[in-house]
Each structure stands twice: as C-alpha cells, then as structure tokens.
Design a protein around this ligand. Structure first.
Ligand code: NAP
Length: 268
C-alpha cells in the first residue's frame, strides 16, 4: 500500500506528521505523494479539505484518513495521540471504506463563455460585498426565485456542519445524496421576496444561478476564493465522483455533531 501524509504547517501537526511518516516507513509502507492509495491528513477538517483538493484528480483510487491535532472533527476519525493505533489499523487494512457526496459546480464566464468545472467537499458560495447580489435561481430548468441579498451558499451534506450551519442551514446526515442551498442575508420586503429558508435538493435535480451583469462577484469553493470575473451562470449538482475514507472505526454522525456543537448536557 502506498501512503502519503499531508500536514498543515502548524508545528504540532508537522511533528505528528513526521512521527507518523517514520512509523509508516519502519513498518514497511511505501511513502508516495504522487500516486498514493491512502492520503492521511494531519491537522483539522480544514487540512483534510486541502488534501482533498490536492488529490481531486484521483478520487476513484484514493482513500483519505483524517488525524486531528485538536478535537475530533467531521472528516477526522483519529486523534494525534492515536498514531500507533492508526498504523496497526493500516497494517490490518481490508480495504474498508465509506464514501460521501461531492458538489459539482460549473461556472460559465460571461466574457469568454468558457466553462470551468470544479468539485467542492464543503460548499460553494456566490457573494457580493460592496453591493447587493442579484441573481435568478432556477431548479432544473424552472425559474424558482429572484434573490437579492449578500449571497447564496450551496453545500454538501458533510459541508452542512461548516459555513452553511453558521448561516442557518440544516445539518444533513452525510448518508443523504443531497445538496442544500442557504441564503446569506436575503432582502425580503414588499418588493423583493425569496423563500427565506434553506432548501435541500435530491441528486437528480440541479440548481442554476444567473446573476445580474457585473463582475464584482466573489466565489468561494471550500477554502479557495475567486473574484472579479463576470459570471453568466453557475450550475450545481451532486457530482458523479465521491470522496472515499478508509473507515477502520465508526463514530456515529450525531455523536460527532453533539460533541462539536453541544458538549456537556443533562437529560431532564
Ligand atoms: P478556517 O477559517 O481556517 O476554518 C474554519 C473552521 O471550519 C475550522 O474550525 C474548521 O475545522 C471548520 N470546518 C471545516 N470544515 C468543516 C466541516 N465540514 N464541518 C464542521 N466544521 C468544519 O478555514 P479552512 O480551514 O480553510 O476551511 C475552509 C472552510 O471553513 C470553508 O469550507 C467553510 O465551510 C469554513 N468556514 C466557516 C465559516 C463560518 O462558519 N462562519 C467562515 C469561513 C469559513 P478545523 O479547525 O478542524 O480545521
């Protein structure tokens, strides 16, 4: 099995990554960052996002593992003090995996009509800062609403606990093949009207945004930001690709949610 360790540049992550890499070499694993079978990210959920974008070209083949140097995350099953256990689990690997949906985004640029295709693990946002974002929203080919406000966020189920949750989106179980659109500060008054609630779409439907003609949009795809290009349209659907994780242990999704957002609590 070819393995690579992908770390953020925090000193504790680098230390854990070096220790893990040495243990992997000592136990006979081949370290290969070009064509790995397994990518182990060391840091947090944000580091796993970066590892995902580094290896999006080979998702059918790669399984990811997340090691968290802080608390337990949503993409991370292992803590930094469990590196020895992780190496044992890798030695006993039987190819166990679990996969989650990704978001496909196609942007058609108004200047060249070039279409770019990307994948998001968490979410894509379309925003304007200096002025109101105006965009028509279509579900499949049907006009749904005219949005005015700060922006829109389209997220995956695993991304629903990230930015989407901060702007009032629902938390989706990652077993759902769905995407969620959440509004960012929509304008609602006698003149302008949006649904004013997050919507969740199944995998056989798609969203199309046709923003008004301007170039000062800001588009984010997970941790990346793109701006200052006129956009003709943006199409969102659940991608045919999925992210696969090597799953040697199972943490119940709702336990992760409870642990991350609620913490200590008492039954009545
Ligand atoms: P960052 O600003 O360094 O990290 C943002 C926080 O989001 C970190 O605490 C990160 O956890 C957490 N996070 C990332 N993915 C998550 C997920 N699927 N579920 C729950 N929490 C998650 O940015 P970054 O590390 O480059 O990550 C980019 C992501 O940050 C974006 O995709 C966006 O979802 C999120 N973000 C959220 C807000 C907000 O909630 N207001 C604002 C900006 C960005 P770790 O500490 O484990 O890395």
């Amino acid at each position: 099995m070819k393995v690579t360790v992908f770390s953020n540049d925090g000193s504790s992550s680098v230390q854990v990554a070096n220790r893990l890499t040495q243990k992997l070499i000592n136990t006979g694993f081949v370290i290969d960052d070009q064509t790995p079978d397994v990518v182990i990210s060391v840091g947090g959920d944000g580091t796993l996002l970066s590892a995902f974008h580094r290896y999006t070209h080979d998702l059918a083949h790669i399984r990811f593992i997340g090691v968290h140097t802080g608390h337990l995350g949503f993409y991370t099953d292992w803590r930094d003090f469990e590196v020895d256990d992780l190496v044992v689990a890798l030695q006993e690997d039987l190819g166990q995996s679990i996969s989650y949906p990704l978001l496909e985004i196609k942007i058609e640029y108004a200047d060249t009509h070039e279409i770019s295709r990307s994948l998001a693990l968490n979410e894509v946002t379309l925003r304007r800062y200096a002025a109101t974002l105006r965009t028509d929203v279509y579900i499949k080919e049907n006009f749904f609403e005219s949005f005015r406000g700060d922006g829109l966020c389209i997220s995956t189920p695993t991304g629903s606990t990230a930015y989407s949750k901060s702007i009032g989106g629902a938390v989706l179980h990652p077993r759902l093949d769905a995407m969620q659109m959440t509004e960012i500060a929509s304008i609602n008054n006698r003149v302008y009207r949006t649904l004013s609630a997050p919507i969740v779409l199944p995998s056989d439907e798609w969203l199309l945004l046709k923003p008004s003609k301007t170039s000062d949009y800001v588009v984010t795809i997970d941790q990346f930001t793109f701006k200052d290009r006129p956009i003709a349209s943006m199409q969102f659907k659940i991608a045919k690709e999925r992210i696969q994780f090597a799953r040697y242990r199972h943490t119940h999704f709702w336990n992760r949610v409870e642990d991350a957002f609620i913490g200590s609590k008492h039954e009545i």
